[in-house]
Design a protein around this ligand. Structure first.
Ligand code: SF4
Length: 430
């Protein structure tokens, strides 16, 4: 059987394309956008992330990225103390001093992000002006940019969106006569980037670039001949700014699972006018191998009921993958924000009638989860322990950002991430 033939058709139904969504506004249980630094600092190897925040911010980053004890870290927190917060010290002068010391000590830094936090926003410290001032001082060796990772403005994965959005205006302009180039947008593990790059090359896509790049000195050019495709679903602002610079988005589901990866590659192939037989020739083997590798997880997960709390914005693509490729039943799929345009292809693939929710009222949602007694709940760290104590099996959504999960080779690992908590719970019961 050809891999592509195994994909259920979407033309007969719009799935959840225009399904009603429960919109909730209440207390949220989600990390702030500072969390993105934990994966972004590994990605751009000559960048440094300086959080302008409090001891709480420093603790968050340190404990989330605590595994990096052997390498010299590429992130830090400039801690604002009581004098700063009370307006007794000139926070701009202090920031300039900290940045100067940092750049003297770390001549490898080419790109410095000043990352705003709740405290810096509360005292209205203007980090974009600080970044412009410092950029002027340290140009051309170091470029200084800013974005907000504050919990007032951003949730969890929005930090990456804010970071990449800050980069977009600094990307060089692509010459008008340049041939079409593909830009893959969203931080991916290098192993995933290499695999997808090989598949895109096999399709015949001549120039493929990635945002963020591995080095700040390799910023991809952008212009009217740039077609871009998102590799992560939470990059609405980055996509908007790329379009403003003339680039055109290729709409596609996200490369999660065998089906998602094929549809993602096929969308690029279609945009380049590559014929179906060539595309099938490139994707069939990987897709088939991925489907086979998921057999064990499918046996464990088929028919199990899953409930998503809103957290990473990966929920809808994951729900599509788990229901269509692993046979799981979707009890509720919550997401912090539902970008209908970016997720249109994903929504069309969800089973009709899936309960969707956007935003959060954590108490109401906990009540619904308890009443439904799902087999597995996907949620943030703060909710996982209490739910486990109540006998509900959980999966931490943050792991989905720290683990390579995109592409054919990772499809089985992604499936295993959901199977493992169920296996562990079954063992504990024995
Ligand atoms: S930015 Fe705000 S929410 Fe995030 S760690 Fe700092 S104080 Fe907490």
């Amino acid at each position: 059987m050809s891999g592509l033939a195994a994909i259920p058709s979407t033309s007969a139904s719009t799935g959840c394309g225009d399904a009603p969504v429960l919109r909730e506004r209440g207390q949220r249980e989600v990390f702030c956008g500072l969390t993105g630094i934990v994966w972004l600092h590994r990605k751009i190897q000559d960048a440094f992330f300086l959080v302008v925040g409090s001891r709480t911010c420093a603790h968050l980053i340190q404990s989330a990225a605590g595994v990096m004890i052997f390498a010299e870290p590429r992130f830090a927190t400039a801690i604002m103390d009581d004098r700063d917060l009370a307006g007794l010290a000139d926070a701009n002068d202090e920031l300039d001093r900290v940045v100067t010391r940092l750049i003297e000590r770390r001549p490898d830094i080419r790109l410095l992000f000043l990352v705003g936090s709740c405290p810096s926003e509360v005292i209205k410290l203007d980090l974009s002006r600080a970044a412009a001032r410092l950029s002027q001082r340290f140009a051309p060796a170091v470029r200084v940019l800013s974005y907000s990772g504050s919990g007032i403005e951003t949730t969890f994965t929005e930090g990456e969106d804010a970071c990449l959005a800050a980069l977009v205006p600094t990307l060089p302009a692509e010459p008008a006569e340049a041939p079409s180039a593909l830009l893959v947008v969203g931080a991916l593990a290098e192993v995933v980037e290499d695999q997808l790059g090989r598949l895109l090359a096999a399709l015949g896509i001549g120039t493929v670039r990635f945002l963020p790049p591995r080095r700040a000195t390799e910023l991809p050019p952008v212009g009217r001949n740039t077609r871009f495709i998102l590799a992560q679903p939470f990059l609405a602002e980055t996509a908007r700014l790329l379009e403003k610079r003339g680039a055109r988005r290729i709409a596609a589901p996200f490369p999660l699972g065998a089906e998602g990866t094929t549809l993602w590659l096929r969308a690029v192939a279609d945009a380049w006018g590559i014929d179906a037989a060539t595309t099938r020739g490139v994707t069939a083997v990987g897709e088939q191998r991925a489907r086979q590798a998921m057999t064990r997880a499918r046996e464990l997960l088929a028919g199990k009921r899953i409930f998503f709390f809103p957290d990473s914005q990966l929920e809808i693509p994951l729900a599509r993958f788990l229901s269509r490729e692993l046979g799981m039943e979707l009890v509720e799929v919550g997401t912090p924000y539902l970008h209908r345009q970016l997720l249109a292809e994903e929504l069309a693939l969800l089973p009709a009638g899936t309960a969707l929710s956007e935003g959060q009222h954590v108490d109401n949602q906990l009540d619904r989860a308890r009443a439904a007694r799902p087999d597995l709940v996907v949620c943030g760290l703060g909710l996982a322990n209490p739910l486990e104590a109540e006998g509900i099996t959980t999966k931490w959504s943050i792991e989905l950002l720290f683990t390579p999960i995109q592409g054919y080779e990772q499809a089985a690992d992604l499936a295993e991430l959901f199977a493992r908590p169920l296996v562990r719970r079954a063992r504990l019961r024995v």
